[in-house]
Structure formats: C-alpha cells, structure tokens
Design a protein around this ligand. Structure first.
Ligand code: HEM
Length: 436
C-alpha cells in the first residue's frame, strides 16, 4: 500500500469520525428542542460555557440576562451537558420539596474527583441519605452549644486585633480578618486542628494552603471532560493525582489520619469537635430491638468518608461564612441606624445575662440580628450556582416532560432580587424579615 493511499485512508477515517462526533453532539444538543423548552443556542464544543465563564461578565449577570430573554424556565448546555434553569417558585417547590424523591441527587460529578466523591456534595442515592442521616445530628443545637466555647475564644482574638488596629489608627481589612476567623473556627471545630490564621494572616501554613487551593479551584480537567466526555476517566486519573497531592488536601488528610488514630486509642477523649462527633456517630449505633441489641458490624461511615466530609465542611463553610460576614459588616457600616439598633440589642442581652461573651442561648434571643443577617444573605447570597438537582426519572415538571438525568439549577441570585417577591429588591431593609 502506497503512502498516498495510507494518508487517504487516515483522512477518511478522521473525516468519518468527525462526522459521527458532530452528529452525536447535535443529538446531545437536541434535548431542549425535543421537549419544547426555550434554550440558549449552543456552540458545538463549549455549549454556552464560553459565555457563562469566558465573556468577562459575572455568571449571575449572564443567567439574569437569559432569564429576561427566555423566561422563567429555559435551558443551556455546558459542553454536551444540558442544564435546565427553573425560576418559577411553584416548580422549585416541586423539585426541592414535593417530589424530592425524584430529585434527591445533585448532578453527577463530571469526573470522579477525590475526595469530593465521598462527601455529602458528591455522594448519591441511598449512600447520600445514609451519610446525611449520620452527620445531621452532629449539627444539632446540643452539639453546637458545646462548640460555642471554641467560637467565643476565636472571636475574642478577632476583637483584640480590631481594637489594636483601630487604636493605632490603622484601616481594618474586614474580608481577610473574617477569612482568618472563619478558618480558625472551622479548623478547630471540624478538623480538630488549631490554627492561628487571624494572628498570623500570611504566615499560617493552613491559611496559605487554603487560599492557594481556592485560587486554582477551576479545574481544567473538568472542562475538558465536559467538552469531550470520552476523556472523563483519563481526566479523573490525572486530576485525582494532582488534587490529592495538592498542599491543602494533603495537609488535611495527613492531619486527620493522625488525629483519628490517637482518638481511637484514647476512647475517653473529651473533645467536642465535629470530627469526634463523626467518629462516635460512625461507630456507636445499635441494631435490633431493645432487648436484643447488637452492634452494627460494619462502620456507618468509612474513615475515608469521615476524612472527606471533614474536608468538605472546611471548604463549604470557609468562603461562605467569611463572605457573608464581610457583606454584613459592609451593610452595617453603610447603615449606621441598623448598626446602632443591633448594638443595643446585643447590649440588652448581655446586660440581662451579666456576661460579656454571648452563649448559644443568648444568640437565640437576638431577633434583630437574625433579621439583619437574613437580609444580608438575601442581598448577597454567597452560594449562587450550587442549588442543583438531577431528575432520577422522566418527570412531568409543569407543562414539560423532562428526561431522566437532566440537571436543574435554581437561580438563587435572581430570585433574591426579583421585585415580584421583594419590592425594591436592591434596598437593604431588615424590616422585611420581621417574624409574623
Ligand atoms: C453563610 C454560610 C453558608 C451558606 C450561605 C451556605 C450555603 C449552602 C447552600 C446554598 C447549599 C446547597 C443546598 C442545596 O443544594 O439545597 C449548601 C450545602 C452545603 N453546605 Fe453550606 N452554607 C454555609 C455554611 C456552611 C458551613 C459552615 C458548612 C460546614 C460546616 C457548610 C457545609 C455544607 C455542606 C456539607 C453542604 C452539602 C449538604 C448536603 O448535600 O447534604 N455550609 N450550603
């Protein structure tokens, strides 16, 4: 066979493959037209991801623009993957509450990223339910009360730093301060790790590692797997090697393995952190009736799941809390009358209890604080593209028959700023949240 023939055969093969690929991708991009839902016309490779993340606009603004253009229910594609945006409150209620049995999963992870797959964010179906039912009591009121001491200790550090800076006439950069506070609290409460992120801002190893992790959080392997799903397994392989060897994840995993080993030997430990609660919840369950109890032989959570979930609590709680505290501080600074009223509420409660620090019970009495914080979360919700579900089966949602496996996004930012539900939505007004 001559060289030319070989080249021609190769070219024909590439051409045939491209034609099949394009046909297949068009089929994947036909979901919304098939069910009659308006959609953003997709680019063959990127879907609409290049607009969502590459147009220089914020994702929430792009979604807001599409909502105006296409209405309260529309679709877009990320690579091949269809996502249905639902901004209609009745339909959202169907998905999140009424028919939760059909929507209990978040969309499948595009690549099997470790350690996310073993966390509440990555687990699916019955395993998510099981792990969630073991972990939920960890955050009960009684358990939280025990952790209030740790929180107060860290807040005292924060107050000292602010006092020092303001008495020296220095500006206080609230975002880093709150990042430090949040990380110190979560590290000790969830990871049983004592950090000094507030005092040593740029020197604390954990603080540096977490910031580094978040800076590189957009994983190109995920994008590649979305554009070309055949690469997903290969991408999982490389991504896991990189992620697990990443400084922050490695630090957390190594530390937790050590603490778990120590705590298993010292069964009388008095620790009150989430890690300890997970260890106890994972192992201390009975099975059978009252008279005939037997220890469950298998653990309710594997060590891998305990470590992965401690890791996800750290990530899930860090930026969310630091952001919402920062925005709340900003809103208080720009609304001195609200600040004054809140200050008086706190003074009244501490006067009654006669203590300088607030207990868990004291905080429950701070009704105005609840109004202020809820309004701050409405105006500046820190999590805007994470409320997602996947349909387990074909499902009649409103007028549309949506297919199994379809991803659904609740556009929380737009709902929080919709004048239909919130008159004058851009105004900060804690009075909206007066409990009736
Ligand atoms: C102001 C602070 C926070 C905000 C605004 C926030 C927001 C959210 C939202 C919107 C979700 C998705 C809920 C859904 O899909 O229905 C979520 C889930 C989650 N958050 Fe937070 N969060 C905050 C603090 C925290 C903290 C402190 C932790 C850890 C201790 C945490 C851990 C998680 C976890 C593990 C999930 C997944 C739960 C599951 O699937 O079972 N979050 N959060």
């Amino acid at each position: 066979m001559g060289v030319i023939t070989l080249v021609l055969i190769l070219l024909a093969a590439v051409l045939a493959y491209t034609v099949i690929w394009v046909h297949h991708r068009r089929q994947q991009h036909a979901v919304f037209s098939r069910i009659g839902i308006p959609y953003v016309p997709p680019h063959l490779i990127y879907g609409s991801n290049h607009i969502l993340r590459g147009s220089g606009k914020m994702t929430i603004d792009v979604i807001g623009q599409w909502l105006q253009q296409y209405g309260k229910i529309f679709g877009y594609y990320i690579g091949w993957k269809p996502t249905l945006v639902v901004a209609d409150l009745d339909l959202i209620k169907t998905v999140l509450i009424k028919d939760f049995h059909n929507f209990s999963n978040r969309p499948k992870l595009v690549i099997n990223a470790q350690p996310v797959v073993n966390t509440l964010v990555g687990l699916r179906d019955q395993r998510w339910k099981d792990v969630r039912s073991v972990l939920a009591p960890t955050f009960s009121m009684v358990k939280m009360k025990h952790m209030a001491g740790i929180m107060n200790e860290k807040i005292n550090v924060l107050m000292k730093i602010i006092e020092e800076k303001s008495s020296n006439g220095e500006n206080v950069e609230m975002y880093s301060i709150f990042q430090g506070l949040t990380l110190d609290v979560i590290s000790e409460c969830a990871l049983a790790m004592k950090t000094q992120c507030q005092q040593k801002q740029n020197k604390d190893e954990m603080f540096k590692a977490v910031r580094e992790f978040l800076k590189n959080a957009i994983n190109p392997a995920i994008l590649l797997a979305l554009y070309f799903p055949y690469f997903a397994s290969l991408m999982s392989f490389f991504s896991n090697r990189l992620a697990l060897s990443g400084r922050m994840t490695r630090m957390i995993i190594d530390h937790l393995k050590g603490v778990i080993a120590v705590r298993r030997q010292d069964i009388d430990t008095r620790s009150v952190d989430v890690l300890q609660l997970m260890l106890e919840a994972a192992e201390s369950r009975y099975q059978g009736n009252e008279d005939d109890k037997v220890w469950i032989k298998h653990k309710l959570l594997t060590d891998e799941e305990i470590i992965a979930n401690a890791w996800v609590f750290m990530l899930g709680g860090f930026e969310t809390t630091a952001n919402s505290l920062t925005y709340t501080a900003y809103l208080l600074a720009t609304h001195p009358e609200v600040q004054q009223r809140l200050y008086e509420e706190v003074c009244n409660v501490t006067k009654e209890s006669g203590k300088v620090t607030l207990t868990y019970e004291d905080v429950q009495q701070l009704k105005y604080l609840d109004q202020v914080f809820s309004e701050s979360l409405r105006l500046y919700p820190p999590v805007v593209t994470f409320i997602m579900r996947e349909s387990a089966d074909d499902f009649k949602l409103g007028d549309y028959l949506i297919p199994k496996d379809l991803s659904i996004l609740v556009p929380i930012w737009q709902i929080h700023h919709d004048p239909q539900y919130w008159p004058d939505p851009h105004t900060f007004d804690p009075e909206r949240n007066v409990s009736k």
